[in-house]
Write a protein that binds this ligand. Structure first.
Ligand code: C2E
Ligand code: MG
Ligand code: MG
Length: 394
């Protein structure tokens, strides 16, 4: 099947030139001249490659990247512009930070002569996964979990793990959440994905209980999952023989939970707490209505985002924010977890500030279940041990 491309440029000359060159390389090409045109004809965006002019009428390149991000696009994006290298570098970094697949920057003056290397680069990279492939992966149980330990910072003991999803794709190898969570969100697959993760987490928890390890297992739960049809009924069905495991299950939610329907979210979260589950507010400080969620929703745990924690040894403002959140969590009677501890200096600052718990590469990277078991055995022999095993999955 021929590949498809979309050229977005308000200059019809560039549109025609781009179309001609891409057709020569075997692409089916469509063009658009404005964001309005894309909004009216969203099917245009179903392309594998988007050649994007970095400035459309009143919109800047960053507006356009935001628009593409909001649509959770999987297409590779090639910036085509007369802007400076510096502006282009900034745009590419911004796009990557939003998980867009940025192919690179092609100055407009080089369109005729330098397009081919980008197309070859694109051909050499495996195609981004599609919704159908993800749906198959979920039902074929190609998903697996990596486990990152959470540690009590005051006594050094391992208290639990965060389960992080991975996709073992037979064609592409191990895929990380940033490559398929946006796809799952866009295609309504967050529900099936999360049910599958919950089941995998319970299976692992049972294995650990058989070893005598009562570890708190945390899974990440998107707001869409809480809103999935018959959510509580399905949860009860899945957990009917696992009631004793529920107090060892933590559901990590981000600040987006309850933004749209606070009353509904509160109802569901309270029902989950009544069943024994713990609730954590993840990535605290990165969303936009954190204090409302803290005030109105029944969380047990507060996770300070790593964008603060990973800088506390270098940046006094990051340290001030982190310490205030530790204090805030304590005042609210919550367990505070600092995520993203990357070195000894950061851990020492947190221990001294009385931060109850921590997680991060310094303690351990996410590990396969097998590697975690070895790590845990060593940690039990020597509770303050921080050495990492060789077998890593992240
Ligand atoms: P998160 O829930 O905040 O998970 C922590 C992420 O931070 C993980 O990345 C972990 O590998 C990374 N991390 C942990 N310690 C450090 C550190 O010291 N430094 C740095 N730089 N990073 C650290 P991962 O596994 O790639 O997951 C990224 C995000 O994807 C997660 O952020 C979560 O939002 C989402 N995600 C992961 N697994 C799942 C899942 O099972 N379901 C859902 N819905 N989302 C998931
Ligand atoms: Mg999390
Ligand atoms: Mg987090």
């Amino acid at each position: 099947m021929p590949s498809s491309a979309l050229v977005i440029d308000d200059d019809s000359d560039v549109q025609l030139l781009g179309k001609m060159l891409l057709c020569k390389h075997g692409y089916n090409v469509v063009t658009a001249g404005s964001l309005g045109e894309l909004a009216r004809q969203p099917a245009l965006l179903e392309a594998e490659l988007i050649v994007l002019d970095f400035g459309l009428g009143e919109f800047t390149g960053l507006d356009i990247l935001d628009y593409l991000y909001d649509l959770r696009l999987n297409a590779a994006i090639l910036l085509l512009s007369s802007c400076s290298e510096e502006t282009a570098d900034h745009a590419i970094a911004t796009g990557k930070a939003r998980s867009l697949r940025m192919l690179g920057f092609l100055p407009k003056s080089q369109l005729l002569t330098h397009l081919t290397p980008f197309l070859e680069q694109l051909k050499a990279t495996p195609k981004a996964p599609t919704c159908d492939e993800l749906a198959t992966a979920i039902s074929a149980k190609q998903l697996c979990l990596a486990f990152q330990p959470k540690k009590d910072l005051q006594n050094g003991q391992v208290t639990g793990v965060e389960a992080l999803v991975r996709w073992e794709d037979p064609k592409r190898g191990m895929l990380y959440p940033d490559t398929f969570i946006p796809l799952a969100e866009k295609s309504g697959l967050m529900g099936p994905l999360t049910w599958c993760i919950l089941e995998l987490a319970f299976e692992q928890q049972e294995k650990w209980q058989a070893l005598g390890w009562n570890l708190q297992v945390a899974i990440n739960v998107p707001a869409a999952f809480l809103q999935s049809e018959h959510m509580l009924e399905k949860f009860d069905k899945l957990t009917q023989h696992r009631k004793s495991a529920l107090p060892y299950l933590t559901l990590e939610l981000t600040e987006s939970v309850g933004v749209e329907c606070l009353g509904y979210a509160r109802h569901i979260l309270e029902a989950l707490r009544q069943r024994g589950c713990k609730l954590a507010l993840d990535d605290f400080g990165t969303g936009y209505s954190s204090l409302i969620q803290l005030h109105r929703l029944p969380f047990n745990e507060l996770k300070i985002d790593r964008s603060f924690v990973s800088h506390i040894d270098q940046d006094s403002r990051a340290l001030a924010i982190t310490l205030s959140v530790v204090d805030l969590g304590k005042q609210l009677g919550m367990t505070v977890v600092a995520e993203g501890i990357e070195n000894a200096a950061q851990q020492t600052l947190l221990v001294e500030a009385g931060c109850p718990a921590g997680q991060g590469y310094y303690i351990s990277r996410p590990l396969t279940a097998q590697a975690f078991n070895r790590w845990m055995k060593e940690a039990l022999e020597q509770p303050t041990l921080r050495k990492e095993p060789e077998e890593r999955v992240h």
